[in-house]
Design a protein around this ligand. Structure first.
Ligand code: KIV
Length: 299
């Protein structure tokens, strides 16, 4: 039997060059880490979505570096192949020193191989500061849930030409600053395609259409058990993989298979398809679990 080759930044770039779709999923604990790794998930993210999925909160704001480190430590030792990314939570990268300190903890204590941070070109100096010190960085563009209290409500980003051009520029600036991976959330499919075409690094989409180099979803969403799904507020881009009598591992394997083959996401999971109604308003991007009146949504 071939020895298992752990996924790394070079492998992600190779996959992108070879046109092999990258299957990414969130994870917060050992049981699912083992299962996701075995099912062939390429990239595992300990996202600050843990604030909603694990802690039952209404936003990601209360999530701390300690929380993400804790969950990364639960996940990291159980991965033989998957590449572990840890989210830098709200304000943990507000200064260069804080970003470096938080990243050091994610990698040394949490066992992460990369950190992810939300924001556009304004984060370029942070990305560069980390990257030149050996911290692989994933930038996160489009919908940025850490800004909920600033923007009040979330809707699909990059809808008009100016916003789309600005996001393309952000992607360029952040990769030039040293980002090795991009996540793009809740943007029209054609913008997802354009960013993927021009980006020098792999682009992973969530609600960004079928043409990104990979897809990421929240584990509990695809298992149809997240608070948001249970409360009937499933985002458009979420697909329930617990259908047809599969068990949990079968559902995760089906997700990987559908991402790799391009079956997921279909038009019904994407934004900006002219043939479909456009539910891209805040009302259609549902409020989070337990916050029926809140304007925000979980990533
Ligand atoms: O926090 C998270 O889980 C994320 C992904 C859904 C992209 O940022």
């Amino acid at each position: 039997m071939e020895p298992i080759k752990p996924v790394n930044v070079a492998e992600l770039r190779r996959m992108r060059e070879a046109g092999e779709k990258i299957a990414a999923l969130t994870c917060y604990d050992a049981s699912f880490a083992l299962l996701e790794d075995r099912a062939g998930v390429d990239v595992i993210l300990v996202g600050d979505s843990l604030g909603m999925v694990m802690q039952g909160g209404t936003t990601t704001t209360p999530v701390t570096v300690d929380h993400v480190v804790y969950h990364s430590r639960c996940v990291a030792p159980h991965l033989k192949r998957a590449f572990l990314v840890a989210d830098l939570p709200f304000l943990s990268f507000a200064t260069l020193e804080r970003a470096l300190d938080a990243s050091q903890r994610m990698m040394q204590e949490g066992g992460a191989k990369m950190v992810k941070l939300e924001g556009g070109r304004e984060q370029a100096s942070i990305v560069e500061y980390l990257a030149v010190r050996g911290v692989p960085v994933c930038a996160h563009l489009g919908l940025q849930p850490q800004f909920i209290h600033k923007v009040g409500a979330f809707k699909v980003q990059g809808r008009d030409d100016a916003a789309a051009e600005a996001m393309l520029h952000d992607a360029k600036v952040l990769t030039e600053a040293g980002a090795d991976l991009l996540v793009v959330e809740c943007i029209p499919s054609d913008l997802g395609r354009r960013i993927s075409e021009v980006s020098k690094v792999p682009v992973i989409g969530i609600g960004a259409g079928p043409d990104t180099h990979g897809q990421i979803l929240v584990l509990q969403d695809i298992l149809n058990i997240s608070p948001m799904v249970t409360l009937g507020r499933k985002p458009r881009f979420v697909k329930n993989f617990m259908t047809g009598g599969v068990d949990i591992e079968g559902a995760v394997a089906a997700y990987v298979r559908e991402v790799k083959s391009g079956v997921y996401p279909a038009a019904e999971h994407s934004f900006g398809d002219a043939a479909l109604p456009k539910p891209e308003t805040a009302a259609a991007i549902p409020a989070v679990a337990g916050a029926a009146a809140a304007p925000q949504r979980r990533k």
